[in-house]
Design a protein around this ligand. Structure first.
Ligand code: AP5
Length: 222
């Protein structure tokens, strides 16, 4: 079973995919995280995409499709997985559906985290991320009252290069114009709209409630 974490930048896809991955015992793949790792490691791919990421533009569809489908064919993805930030264009969505069909797998389920733009802007201008374990934090929360070190691994937290106000606004525009139309492809039991403007634990409870009836053989941890 493939579950797509869908929503505007800063809607909590990364936050919820961590929780869901632990709950369902399947891996989570974030295309944004993968591309940022390539940049941090200074690989050839990383050098090619670095400027695109920093300015909030998309990486080429064919390249991302290839990266994702290569992963989906690995044995640890056999039972299911979470995709965070993919697909992001109608072309990517159609490619994924065709790939799943040809592999004899069921259609993906979409978890759509709905969050208003003004909330997004506040969240992303105050986000910090651990460069080591990739956990995200928000400077407005109690966690970071006394420290800017990661609570999981102790590394010094950083701001992402695309979390600048003008880039966030550009990412939001692209989401509405290019990514939003994907939702028309997912209807009925494959579409789960979740109010993402609630505390993270409440958002998680609502996702669990919505997905539970369609887990298709996956055994949640509780
Ligand atoms: P990507 O890394 O996917 O970025 P994004 O979609 O812009 O999403 P974010 O990671 O910014 O936010 P999120 O929804 O994960 O929120 P988070 O949980 O961190 O992609 C980056 C770039 O890579 C793209 O711009 C593009 O260039 C490229 N790329 C990636 N995929 C691609 C593709 N398929 N095709 C082409 N190019 C691609 O939460 C945000 C903040 O809010 C945090 O501080 C968090 O602590 C806080 N928070 C989370 N949930 C809550 C809550 N419920 N209440 C209050 N605060 C919350």
């Amino acid at each position: 079973m493939v579950i797509l974490l869908f929503g505007p930048p800063g809607s909590g896809k990364g936050t919820q995919s961590r929780l869901l991955s632990a709950w369902l015992g399947v891996p989570a793949l974030s295309t944004g995280e993968m591309l940022r790792s390539e940049v941090a490691e200074g690989t050839e791919l990383g050098r090619t995409v670095s400027e695109l990421l920093a300015s909030g533009q998309f990486v080429n569809d064919d390249l991302v499709n290839q990266i994702v489908t290569r992963k989906l064919q690995q044995p640890d993805y056999e039972r299911g997985c979470l995709l965070d930030g993919y697909p992001r264009t109608v072309q990517q969505a159609e490619f994924l559906e065709a790939f799943l069909l040809s592999a004899g797998k069921p259609r993906a389920h979409v978890v759509h985290l709905d969050v208003p733009s003004e909330v997004i802007l506040a969240r992303l201008t105050s986000r910090l991320q651990c460069p080591n374990c990739k956990r995200t934090y928000n400077v407005t929360t109690e966690d970071l009252r006394w420290t800017t070190e990661c609570g999981e691994c102790g590394a010094l937290l950083e701001r992402r290069s695309d979390d600048r106000q003008e880039v966030i606004l550009q990412r939001l525009r692209t989401y509405h114009d290019v990514t939003g139309p994907i939702l028309a492809l997912y209807t009925g039991e494959h579409y789960h709209r979740i109010d993402g403007n609630l505390p993270p634990d409440d958002v998680f409870l609502r996702i669990q409630h919505s997905l539970r009836p369609c887990l298709n053989g996956l055994q949640p941890a509780y």
